[in-house]
Design a protein around this ligand. Structure first.
Ligand code: SF4
Length: 343
């Protein structure tokens, strides 16, 4: 059965017209789904009984079940959702002073093999559909009764490797009649799929592009992120410059600091050289220790020196607050055994 949440508003209008329903019904359905957050078609009481029956027969609402919920002492909540096909995904809610941020997964597993990521070694199973991405936000809002104000595509998966579904999900999330979250509050993080960065620049979506950079030389970056062999730093940064020129949006660079690997002053100097003149922001992430991982976290002193060097040399840099580390919800610490539901 088709998932009703896979459709953006325009697609749903067309879909309904194909089954001889009026287009305005799509707006009513959107209101029930994303404003009222109902979980059954029967609750959509301003639709005719006949239409509700039609919807029940032809579409699913894709309501995830919560398999597990862990709450950190800092308020972060990590969910394990049953995606209804014997697989499970993780979604994390983080509470910042600027609002609730949700970190969504875009794929079950990942093909990219970044060495610092706990997803490495997880077999890629499939892309999530647009509706399954949107459902993560809906389910968390239903569960907490709190509004999500920011969405980051930084959970499991490479979002731009699931391009069409991710872009469609953003359209639903961003639509004022959908989840109504401003595009500037939506951040798409990529390991650096250069052709897709160019494609995203053409979409006319004002979301934030976030690049997992993590190193300043191709040799080092390739040792951390195999995708760098395909799209090396110079091509990636050119794509970012072109993205900025096309969208007039600031690009965010993620740089996970690992002790004795990429955290010395020379690395900071190289980073300044690479990013000089770009409208950008650097997010420094104290790298998370993962099972069987080769990297360990930099000292706080090194992290602060690194940040200060960047700021003193014209590159705006901040250190990401570590949330949820007591429940393994910090960036990229989701583990294989927790991702795949054993059934
Ligand atoms: S960091 Fe992202 S792209 Fe890299 S392996 Fe992990 S989930 Fe995949």
């Amino acid at each position: 059965m088709k998932n009703i949440k896979d459709y953006n508003l325009e697609e749903l209008k067309k879909e309904l017209m194909q089954v001889e329903e009026k287009a305005f019904r799509a707006e009513q359905i959107f209101k029930w789904l994303y404003e009222e957050k109902v979980e059954t078609f029967n609750e959509m009481t301003n639709l005719s009984l006949e239409l509700r029956e039609k919807l029940n027969k032809q579409y699913t609402m894709c309501n995830f079940n919560i398999l597990k919920k862990q709450e950190s002492k800092d308020g972060t909540i990590k969910y394990l959702f049953d995606v209804l096909d014997k697989n499970a995904i993780e979604t994390v809610l983080m509470r910042y002073h600027h609002g609730n941020t949700i970190c969504v997964s875009s794929q079950i597993g990942c093909k990219m093999g970044c060495k610092f990521c706990a997803s490495t070694g997880i077999q890629f199973i499939r892309n999530l559909t647009s509706g399954e991405i949107v459902e993560q936000i809906l389910k968390v809002e239903q569960d907490t009764k709190e509004k999500i104000s920011n969405v980051v595509f930084m959970g499991i998966g490479e979002p731009l490797d699931n391009y069409d579904n991710v872009v469609n999900a953003i359209r639903i999330i961003n639509n004022p009649k959908g989840l109504n979250i401003g595009a500037r509050h939506i951040s798409v993080s990529t390991s650096g799929l250069v052709p897709k960065i160019y494609q995203l620049a053409e979409e006319n979506i004002q979301c934030t592009l976030s690049i997992s950079l993590h190193a300043t030389s191709n040799e080092k970056r390739s040792s951390m992120m195999p995708i760098n062999d395909v799209y090396p730093i110079e091509k990636l940064l050119q794509a970012c410059k072109d993205y900025i020129a096309k969208t007039n949006r600031r690009v965010s660079f993620e740089y996970a600091l690992a002790k004795d690997n990429n955290d010395n002053l020379q690395d900071a100097k190289e980073l300044v050289k690479l990013l000089k003149g770009m409208i950008c922001h650097v997010n420094l992430i104290p790298i998370n220790k993962i099972e069987n991982g080769n990297y360990t976290k930099s000292s706080n002193e090194n992290i602060m020196k690194f940040r200060d060097y960047l700021n003193e040399h014209g590159i705006v840099a901040t250190i990401r607050r570590e949330l949820g580390s007591d429940i393994d919800a910090a960036c990229r610490t989701i583990k294989k055994k927790k991702l795949i539901k054993q059934m």
